[in-house]
Ligand binder design. Structure first.
Ligand SMILES: *Cc1c(COP(=O)(O)O)cnc(C)c1O
Ligand code: SF4
Length: 384
């Protein structure tokens, strides 16, 4: 697991701030609007907080046109100021490998645009839809699967488009589960979110709404008590967070999760397996045990997909299987996520699990237990 002195002192107390913000009073630092207004988006701004390597500086110049850079001061404060290998830094700072083009990479790897009955809704599975309500995020993740769309002002989900999406859901009785996504739905105002949740849950056949958000990780100040009051009015609301590394597990993030859980939301984490960031069992275990302590259940561990410019983040499929093998039995079962690949072309999600069958002999199956021991189990044919 990646460890640095900077990480242990910074992330654990959540107070140490890089030099440009050393004298910023708490009243501003913990105000999400201040964090939004002071995001680092240009090279010279980033360089006030971090020392970039030559590679990182070159990558910034050549990639930020294609996919915007945006980093909240809070998220920057979790980064190692000098080490390009820092797991937080790798998720938000451009890397030269983003420009390497592979022929198997896809612009819209999940064919989300192809399964849109109306703009802004992907309806792939029978009973649920993905509903894009905004295209902004406080921090743009370099591994984002929707790189081509998020951060692009010309694709912003206008009010009319959201209305059209709600109308589609209202006239489609098979939709019982609506997953708000984007971009980050918490980039909407409390009032707007209140209105959208109210209108969706007023539809008879909509049984639950989910919010996919990375704000608890990149801008936890956004999760205010006032937001908690909005969410408390609507239920059931499920919140999918996107924590990827223990360095993101700060007191401020813990507070955000507590507000969400106290508001009655059911929390689940969707991590993405990223090479050199979280692709080992110990990192995933540490992360997941922290999440459980904060009432957030690890839900998915995603295989990084075939989107353009993120191949350098991808791990072999076997890595995910090895991580599951190291978790099952050795930690609470609740700490073991579903390992899924979202197949290209809109094939949908599939789950992978390590193969535990060593041998079959008639009705006798030999399994391998969590310690690696072979153990025989007699199956039944249904006629015994
Ligand atoms: C991932 C996804 C969902 C939600 O899937 P669950 O497995 O139910 O969490 C819904 N629609 C689309 C298009 C998705 O990609
Ligand atoms: S928060 Fe989500 S949608 Fe936004 S850039 Fe990151 S992965 Fe993409």
């Amino acid at each position: 697991m990646w460890v640095s002195a900077a990480f242990t002192t910074r992330a654990s107390d959540g107070v140490t701030r890089p030099s440009p913000w050393r004298d910023v009073p708490d009243a501003k630092w913990f105000d999400w609007t201040w964090q939004q207004q002071n995001r680092l988006t240009r090279l010279h701004e980033v360089e006030t907080a971090l020392t970039l390597s030559t590679d990182e500086r070159d990558a910034f110049a050549s990639t930020s046109e294609r996919f915007r850079v945006s980093i909240t001061p809070y998220y920057a404060s979790l980064m190692d100021p000098v080490d390009p290998q820092c797991p937080v830094r790798q998720q938000a700072l451009p890397h030269p490998s983003e420009l390497v083009v592979h022929d198997f990479e896809l612009e819209d790897p999940l064919a989300e645009e192809a399964h849109m009955p109306v703009p802004g809704i992907t309806h792939r599975y029978p009973d649920r839809v993905l509903f894009y309500v905004i295209h902004h995020c406080p921090v743009y993740c370099r591994h984002c699967t929707r790189k081509r769309k998020v951060s692009d002002p010309t694709t912003a989900a206008a009010r009319a488009q959201v209305d059209e999406g709600i109308a589609y859901i209202a006239r489609t009785p098979s939709v019982r589960d609506v997953l708000l996504s984007g971009g980050d739905p918490l980039s909407l105002s409390d009032e707007r979110l209140d209105e959208i949740l109210g209108r969706l849950l007023a539809i008879d056949h909509v049984e639950l709404v989910r919010i996919g958000t990375r704000n608890p990780v990149t801008l936890p100040m956004r999760v205010t008590d006032a937001l908690g009051d909005v969410l408390r009015r609507h239920r059931p609301v499920y919140v999918h967070t996107h924590f990827n590394h223990p360095a993101e597990c700060t007191p401020e993030a813990a507070r955000a999760l507590a507000v969400l859980a106290d508001a009655g939301c059911v929390l689940g984490n969707q991590m993405v397996l990223l090479r050199g960031v979280n692709d080992d069992a110990e990192t995933v275990r540490t992360l997941n045990l922290w999440l459980l302590r904060h009432r957030c259940r690890p839900y998915y561990m995603f295989q990084c997909d075939m989107a353009q410019g993120i191949t350098h983040f991808r791990t072999p499929v076997q890595t995910g299987l090895d991580i599951l093998r190291a978790l099952r039995g050795w930690s609470s079962g609740m700490a073991v996520p579903h390992f899924v690949i979202d197949l290209p072309g809109g094939g949908g999600k599939i789950e992978l699990t390590p193969d535990r069958v060593l041998d079959r002999d008639g009705d006798w199956i030999t399994f391998q237990n969590f310690q690696g021991r072979p153990i025989r189990f007699r199956d039944v044919s249904g006629r015994d």
